[in-house]
Ligand binder design. Structure first.
Ligand code: ADP
Ligand code: MG
Ligand code: ZN
Length: 500
């Protein structure tokens, strides 16, 4: 291709826009499966968590797991989706070795909830993404391929899922990722899902099409299946948008199909033609009654929803004047958010001293999270094993009041994380307290003056650079424990005296 052609193509690509709709499958954190009493646990010995119902043996009858319904309704309410008081289960028929019944119990024409929305923010721009529906279904089993052989593990068969289908309202890979993160945050915060993309408990299919800007009609879409990280979702969608634009510009046609993302090569590849709903021969599940929910139940579930991350971010910004970055980091993990809020409570009630909230936020973001990362691999410490709020707050106070300096604070923090000891005990045991006592420091400084009389004369006669040298000497003598502010003060006074 010559340069001219390339530029034309490049310009032409700007006249397209992308359209993206996402289907998310999220496992529910129930104790048991959706239609039988088998345990819902990940990572057990293959085929050890199965029974006649989830194996699809003849005559076995499903029973609705009410905890699964409760979590699905909770998810729908947290996502502003209308609850349908009457919904139906349906059979979605297809053949696959991980689906012993030959059909999946799902919801089709009458889902448990429909018509909602999620507000997302991408690069500072807010946007409302409509949600078409959230319905309940069961997961399939898993195929494991080892060498040239394939095995079936049915532990996952029958695990409760919600499928959340967005309208095609996103127009970039970044927006898709914002939507997914927001959605996952909400489900994890509310204890509905563990949101683990690698283990597959939170999965996403991305539907992508492109059209010329200004066109009303949607282009033909490709569906990219089960991409297992946010990074890959972004890359897969970006690749797919580029592929479709290139194909159209070179005179080709997009076909509706299912594609797989290959993260090694960063490409999507055709997997199969896209099946249509009628291929599944949906019909109402004859073994289950309609699902009827009453107002009282819905109200009760609504009241069990705790503050959503979005609202926390807004509140932190409004009440504590934190930056949007701070709010983002603090609310990414609900444990961190609640931990931070607990620290603020401790700050409010304790009578030893008050710390600015911005400083508390900095300690959590820059020091605690950093320290947790640093020792993640140490066997003594599991991630999320945070110090008692009181202890951490006391550590902050030790530094803020000048009893130890910031660097020593970091050392104490690591020690706290590893041993669970209280900051005051660590400081005492390791003799880490700053030397702030004036008499003591004066003595040390005088001694240093004696040992460095030439430098002292130079400093007095105006070689100001040597001031730092003396501060350094004091630090050396006190093994870094001298309170730097005090040292500066005393040194300054001495030098002034000597100059006069
Ligand atoms: P299925 O994929 O199971 O057939 P749907 O027809 O409900 O299910 O659509 C699935 C997803 O595809 C929805 O999230 C929807 O927003 C999205 N979608 C539909 N048409 C397009 C399109 N032309 N471009 C991008 N996304 C689309
Ligand atoms: Mg689909
Ligand atoms: Zn079972």
């Amino acid at each position: 291709m010559n340069n001219n052609n390339y530029n034309e193509l490049h310009d032409a690509s700007h006249s397209f826009e992308a359209v993206i709709g996402l289907e998310v499958h999220s496992q529910l954190l129930t104790k048991t499966k959706m239609f039988c009493s088998c345990q819902n646990i990940f990572g057990k010995e293959p085929n050890s968590m199965v029974c006649p119902v989830c194996l699809g043996l003849p005559g076995a009858l499903p029973v609705i797991n009410f905890e699964g319904v409760r979590l699905a309704v909770k998810a729908a309410l947290a996502l502003n989706i209308n609850i349908n008081k009457k919904s139906l289960f349906a059979r979605k028929n297809y053949f696959y070795p991980d689906l012993p019944k030959g059909y999946q119990i799902s919801q089709y024409l009458d889902p448990v909830s429909s018509n909602g929305y999620l507000n997302i923010e991408t690069d500072g721009v807010e946007k409302r993404i409509r949600i078409n529906r959230l319905h309940i279904e069961e997961d399939a089993g898993k195929l494991i391929h080892i060498g040239s052989e394939s095995y079936v593990d049915l532990n996952r068969a029958g695990t409760p899922l919600v499928e959340i289908v967005s309208e095609p309202d996103m127009s970039s890979a970044k927006e898709a990722v914002s939507y997914l993160k927001e959605l996952r945050d909400i489900l994890v915060y509310q204890g509905i899902s563990d949101g683990n993309m690698e283990e597959g408990s939170f999965r996403c299919d991305a539907n992508v099409s492109v059209r010329r800007k200004g066109d009303e009609k949607l282009g033909t879409r490709a569906e990219i299946k089960n991409v297992n990280s946010f990074k890959f979702v972004e890359k897969a969608i970006d690749y797919e948008i580029g592929r479709q634009i290139d194909l159209i510009l070179s005179g080709g046609n997009i076909i509706q199909e299912t594609r797989l993302y290959d993260s090694k090569e960063n490409v999507t590849r055709s997997m199969r033609g896209k099946e249509e709903a009628h291929d599944y021969r949906y019909f109402e599940e004859p073994d289950l009654p309609p699902l009827i929910l009453d107002e009282e139940f819905i109200e009760k579930v609504k009241n069990s929803i705790s503050e959503l991350p979005q609202s926390k971010r807004k509140r932190y910004a409004d009440e504590y004047a934190l930056t949007s970055y701070d709010c983002e980091v603090l609310t990414q993990d609900k444990n961190i958010a609640y931990y931070f809020e607990d620290l603020i409570k401790v700050n409010a009630v304790n009578n030893k001293g008050k710390v600015e909230i911005k400083k508390i936020a900095n300690w959590v973001i820059n020091d605690l999270l950093f320290a947790l990362k640093g020792i993640e691999n140490q066997p003594a410490l599991k991630k999320g094993n945070m110090p008692e709020q009181e202890d951490f707050f006391n550590l902050i106070l030790e530094v803020e009041t000048g009893n130890i300096n910031k660097n020593t604070g970091k050392i104490v923090l690591t020690e706290m994380l590893l041993t669970g000891k209280k900051p005051a005990d660590i400081i005492k045991e390791k003799n880490l307290a700053q030397v702030s006592d004036e008499k003591g420091l004066e003595g040390i400084i005088k001694q240093i003056f004696d040992e460095n009389s030439k430098e002292l004369t130079d400093l007095i006669s105006g070689k100001d650079k040597l001031f730092g040298f003396f501060v350094g000497e004091v630090m050396k003598k006190t093994k870094g424990k001298a309170n730097p502010k005090k040292v500066n003060e005393i040194l300054k006074n001495f030098i002034e005296e000597k100059k006069n």
